[in-house]
Design a protein around this ligand. Structure first.
Ligand SMILES: Cc1ncc(COP(=O)(O)O)c(C=O)c1O
Length: 405
């Protein structure tokens, strides 16, 4: 057992890793830093740094407003590339724009307004705060009822757990595909089916899934989805989010923020709002060209790695972490706050400990960077594209020495 969990064993896993070389494509100024927060803010790639430098200097600095013609199609262009590489979405259904929160609002409101005779929105108690707040606000605004499914803080959300909450009064059901807290993967295909059988629409938040788990939006017949790009897609702080609207639903949905980027023949500047018929209707205002360039570069690298290989490595990294926990940390007051079954676990692991907040600060002081989530979770997100098995080993080794003090 000791042999399998030795640092030399971690080095062997790195030697055998087909994605190992991709780490060199990232800016790593401090090679001793053990970065375990790829599920919060992904690393900067060298290609992204170079692309942004070009966009800033040549396209903005040199081209000035003349470059707008080039930038205008980016939200849909980058959206199509994202859809193909990571979301299982055919072209014409994804745009990159705004923040996840704003996209959630647009998509949730569009779904609710499409089924005006239905008075209920369903989400779950463990969903990410912004998701819960957005639907709480919408329910208040429209006089609807918000129904909260009590979900499991560790295990995955299943169709069985949500079935009692879904009936003919429900307009919209929204959950996260991969839980920000536990990393548990909700059963997207089965839950989507269940929602459709009740005649309602479903909206998935893919923030922790995109770039770490092969999502199949078209095949699962999902109605709507949103997600951020600054985690596993490595597009940087505040990079624009994406939204997906199933082509079959587009004609019946109208989003609530009527901006000029959703307008047909935008530069005709017509007197009244007359939205584009397709996914472009879901755009609002001027697109962030710098952020879009970063999303484009980020997803190019993920596409090169291949989402199936990234998923496979994510399972291997998190399984290794849990094995080290079991050998070293269980006896020091830790427990695993994520599913042990890799089939229902995303690319991060939550370790729970009463002193998690203090331990997180102490780890960061020693150059190991996870994050803390209230009340007692240490989240370790070893992004498969840039993290080594020795990083996982070093992080757990540092944690055991701190916890044993
Ligand atoms: C599931 C989920 N949704 C949304 C967000 C953030 O939303 P925004 O990008 O609007 O800040 C996060 C951030 O961690 C998240 O984990």
């Amino acid at each position: 057992v000791t042999e399998r969990l030795s640092r030399a064993a971690a080095e062997q896993l790195d030697d055998a890793d087909p994605l190992a070389g991709l780490r060199d494509r990232f800016v790593i100024d401090d090679p001793s830093l053990v970065y375990m927060d790829g599920n919060s803010l992904g690393r900067l790639s060298i290609a992204t740094e170079q692309r942004l430098a070009r966009v800033i200097r040549q396209e903005w600095g040199g081209g000035l407003v003349r470059t707008w013609e080039d930038w205008l199609p980016w939200p849909g262009l980058v959206g199509d590339r994202l859809g193909e590489a990571l979301l299982g979405a055919a072209p014409g259904q994804v745009v990159v724009s705004d923040s996840t929160t704003v996209n959630l609002y647009k998509c949730a409101a569009a779904a609710i307004d499409a089924l005006p005779e239905r008075r209920v929105i369903v989400t779950d108690s463990e969903n990410f705060p912004t998701d819960r707040y957005v639907v709480e606000g919408l329910a208040r605004e429209r006089g609807l009822t918000l129904r909260m499914v009590r979900s499991d803080p560790v295990g995955p959300l299943t169709a069985e757990m949500v079935s009692d909450a879904i009936d003919g009064d429900v307009a919209l059901v929204t959950f996260s595909h991969v839980s920000f807290a536990s990393s548990a993967i909700a059963d997207m295909p089965a839950i989507t089916d269940l929602v459709h059988r009740a005649g309602a629409l479903v909206l998935w938040d893919l923030s922790h899934a995109v770039g770490s788990y092969p999502v199949e939006l078209d095949a699962s017949n999902v109605d709507l989805a949103v997600g951020c790009t600054y985690k596993y897609v490595n597009a940087g702080p505040g990079a624009p989010a994406f939204l997906y609207v199933n082509r079959a639903r587009q004609p019946e949905l109208r989003q609530p923020i009527w901006g000029w980027f959703g307008q047909r023949d935008q530069f005709e500047m017509g007197p009244a709002y007359d939205p584009e018929p397709g996914i472009a209707q879901f755009l609002v205002g001027t697109s962030p060209a710098l952020g879009l360039a970063a999303v484009d570069e980020g997803l190019k690298l993920l596409a090169e790695a291949g989402i199936d290989r990234l998923r496979e490595k994510g399972v291997a990294l998190t399984s290794f972490l849990i094995d080290l926990h079991d050998a070293w940390l269980a006896e020091l007051g830790f427990r695993v706050g994520s599913p042990r079954d890799p089939a229902t676990r995303g690319s991060h692991v939550a370790l729970r400990h009463p002193e998690a907040r203090k331990l997180c600060a102490a780890l960061i002081e020693r150059g190991v960077v996870p994050d803390f989530r209230t009340p007692d979770r240490l989240r370790f997100g070893p992004a498969p594209i840039s993290t080594r098995f020795v990083d996982v080993w070093d992080a757990m080794d540092c944690l055991r020495s701190l916890a044993a003090q």
